[in-house]
Design a protein around this ligand. Sequence first.
Ligand code: NAD
Ligand code: IPM
Ligand code: MN
Length: 353
Amino acid sequence: MARQKIVVFEGDGIGPEIMAAGLDVLAAVTQGTDFTYETEFLPFGGQAIDQVGEPLPNNTINQAKRADAILLSAIGGPKWNACPKRPEDGLLALRSELGLFANVRPTVVADSQIDQSPLKTEIVRGTDFVIVRELTSGAYFGEPRSKTFDQAIDTMYYSRSEIERIMVYGFDLAQSRRQHVTVVDKSNVLATSKLWREVGQAVAQRYPEVMVDYRYVDATAMAIVADPTQFDVLITPNLFGDILSDEAAQITGTIGQIPSLSAGATGPKMYEPIHGSAPDIAGQGIANPISMIKTVSLMLSQSFHQEKLAKQIDEAVELTIRRGQVTPDMGGTLTTKEVTEQVMNAMQEGVFS
Ligand code: NAD
Ligand code: IPM
Ligand code: MN
């Protein structure tokens, strides 16, 4: 396999702390294998605003387009909230420029982690679903949008083709899972959601083996905590997916362990934890690195077909969690670096190969 180019955005807040963890694990797991790669660190987000006054510099986007995969930790923070272009604007522009319309956010509660869930054991046991979030349209991108002292406008927009491609992505994914799709919308009120459901129903016809249900987003938010095991693949507009995925993360015990994948029709995929830059704990060395480590694992399996290496990482993470060698958000006392070392030790134990 040719040498792979991985573009790295270290990010802001806890970003560099967890990215270091992810890259250490990547180096360790690939050492001595025929998977070779180079990393290219590029300024992005708050870091780029500080360096060049712009969250997504031209060179950054140009290099990202040429990557084989992109790793991002998290961007943003109070320091840049008043900037004319915030780090978050850079993230939205990056997703849009790369055409990353499909964002997959998993929620899995392993038996070993049930005690960390705020939900009762009998409710949460067996939870394993993914949220397929539309990522490049909807309320985040619709025009017009404006804000003055007296009023503000956002536009929620969806075209049929934008909805169709995310539905197809989600139904395809369901075929490789438990063949159950939940189309999530607010079609009792919103025009975009009426179209969302209509297109969902049309695409569903092409997948007769997939069981489909249609749910309003408010009821879905409730069901995620009341009965999470009923879900397999949820397909949802951008804004609803943002909100539901943080809620879903919390039923695993912590958002500090959830990775995600963003894909377009062509071009490199991007991998990022779903959480933010956690300014409240930045610089303390206690950020949970597992989100980033799992993000690296997802990249190995989904961009580079290195399923075996990904499995080694996942099993080492699982063992580390089972041993309670975790950061405070998971009820432990270890630092980011210590958890990362434990994961690497678990990989070295070689019990998985
Ligand atoms: P956040 O996800 O950063 O933090 C929410 C809570 O989760 C905090 O208590 C934080 O300490 C905790 N947390 C998050 N990641 C953790 C980890 N790895 N280990 C332990 N605890 C963790 O959300 P926020 O505080 O609302 O946002 C902070 C900044 O991040 C904002 O600027 C926001 O816009 C940005 N953000 C960026 C991304 C991204 O880059 N993809 C995603 C979400 C938020
Ligand atoms: C996420 C984040 C982003 C979003 C922000 C930082 C733009 O919350 O990736 O979930 O809303 O998509
Ligand atoms: Mn979010």
